[in-house]
Design a protein around this ligand. Structure first.
Ligand SMILES: Cc1ncc(COP(=O)(O)O)c(C=O)c1O
Length: 436
């Protein structure tokens, strides 16, 4: 048995199949490289602990949700406040107004905010608002951009490595007929985007993107690409949606929209917003947001929407992220770590490209040139990635894998990762790189 396959976790995974579908609560919890989940007993700061007490330096950080680190004292205090209030649920409190007002201050697009529970819900509602506002149904998204697992997003191009625009479902149970409403083009491909706008511009309700494509590792927008999306959507009366569920609070307090100075009409947030508590938001232009019920005709409500514990956790999180110098520190730490990681691979002669912005990054094995599109990312060397992930896990550094096919997925650090954590990680990566 190794650190990745202790007897206890192997036994638990086998037992779990008798009660949990496929043995897990969420399909992406299975690390495709080890074939099982990382069973955790607790988390603290930058570390997550296995059932046997093994400590791992965590570079998944709850799929990007725990930006402050696990078990952050201010978040814990906020949760205790919610417990003292009786865990009241499905009730508005002054804290909801306070959090929304804070988001209006810091997120450029946010004139009004609606809270929900998870990112998938927020992106679904944003599209519903766009469809109601425009009276159109078709929308445009980009290859491999992930917006959650509700029906509109479960489509892909039949062959993303060619120009073929044919769109097909990416999941069982999704009506193929819904593909008629979906246009998908490659990220950063100006010509393909212009062609799609020429063909469908006046039929599109929304253009939706991850403004930094972190779900494919880290693919920033090419120079001027976000501006182009802004211009064309404005010209054609299309609602521009930035899905900042993963990119929000990652590179700048106001997100990628603040970093690049491009303001969408609607935007979605989750993950880092509440440091690990389930909370998401749709926000944007007041005239669009006021289409939501009960003032408007677009339904959205939920028993757990804006759960008190999550709202309190988010207030505490935003306080921490608003401290002076936080983003200078995140960006400087990230830049140094990504440069050092790249140097380790280069010294070991391993073909790998590290791309990161702010607190999240991707490693593309088998690639040495810049990765600018999803098809570049798609081509990365999964076998080498698997040896890397397992080698690191066996030495106490945890990188998650998201799929054995397609882009490599994303990794990231938190504000709790210390210089010692980064130094230890680089030593481990150096050792593993020599075995690749
Ligand atoms: C960009 C983006 N949008 C939406 C989602 C869906 O969020 P959730 O998992 O909270 O439903 C994710 C989750 O990874 C995401 O990265």
């Amino acid at each position: 048995m190794t650190a990745t396959t202790t007897q206890e976790s192997a036994d638990l995974f086998a037992k779990a199949h008798a009660s949990l579908a496929s043995g897990v609560s969420a399909s992406m919890r299975i690390n495709p490289y080890t074939g099982r989940p990382l069973y955790a007993s607790r988390g603290e700061g930058a570390h997550i602990y296995g059932l046997d007490g093994t400590r791992y330096i965590d570079f998944n950080m709850s799929n990007g949700a725990t930006m402050l680190g696990h078990d952050h004292p201010a978040v814990k205090q906020a949760l205790l406040q919610g417990v003292a209030m009786g865990v009241i649920c499905a009730a508005e409190t002054p804290f909801h107004e306070r959090l929304a007002a804070r988001m209006v201050e810091i997120i450029p697009a946010a004139e009004r905010v609606r809270f929900a529970s998870v990112g998938s819900e927020a992106t679904l509602v944003a599209l519903r608002i766009a469809r109601a506002a425009t009276g159109r149904t078709r929308f445009l998204k980009f290859d491999g951009h992930f917006h959650g697992l509700t029906e509109p997003w479960l489509f892909k191009r039949a062959d993303p490595l060619t120009d073929d625009p044919t769109v097909v479902p990416s999941s069982g149970g999704v009506p193929a007929a819904m593909a008629a409403d979906v246009t998908i083009v490659p990220w950063n491909d100006v010509a393909a985007f212009e062609r799609a706008i020429a063909a469908h511009g006046d039929e599109l309700a929304a253009v939706v993107c991850e403004p930094i494509h972190y779900n494919a590792g880290c693919i920033p927008p090419a120079s001027g690409f976000l501006d182009l999306l802004r211009e064309r959507t404005r010209e054609h009366g299309i609602v521009l949606i930035f899905d900042e569920v993963l990119s929000g609070f990652r590179t700048a307090l106001g997100g990628v929209q603040a970093q690049y100075g491009v303001t969408p009409d609607l935007t979605t947030h989750a993950k880092a917003l509440a440091n690990g508590l389930p909370l998401s938001s749709v926000s944007g232009r007041a005239d669009l947001m006021e289409l939501l019920a009960p003032a408007g005709a677009v339904v959205h409500s939920g028993t757990y929407s804006g759960h008190l514990l999550s709202v309190l956790a988010a207030l505490a999180t935003l306080d921490e992220l608003s401290q002076p110098g936080v983003y200078d520190r995140i960006n400087a730490t990230g830049d140094a770590f990504y440069r050092d990681l790249q140097a380790v691979f280069d010294r070991a002669g391993v073909p790998a490209r590290v791309q990161g912005m702010g607190a999240r990054f991707g490693i593309y094995f088998g690639r040495t040139e810049p990765v600018t599109t999803w098809s570049d990312a798609w081509d990365h060397d999964h076998e080498m990635n698997q040896r890397f992930v397992i080698g690191c896990l066996e030495r106490g550094v945890s990188f998650h894998g998201y799929a054995r096919q397609g882009a490599p997925g994303h990794a990231g650090f938190s504000l709790a990762h210390s210089p010692e954590d980064f130094a230890e990680t680089l030593t481990v990566v150096e050792t593993v790189a020599k075995t690749l």
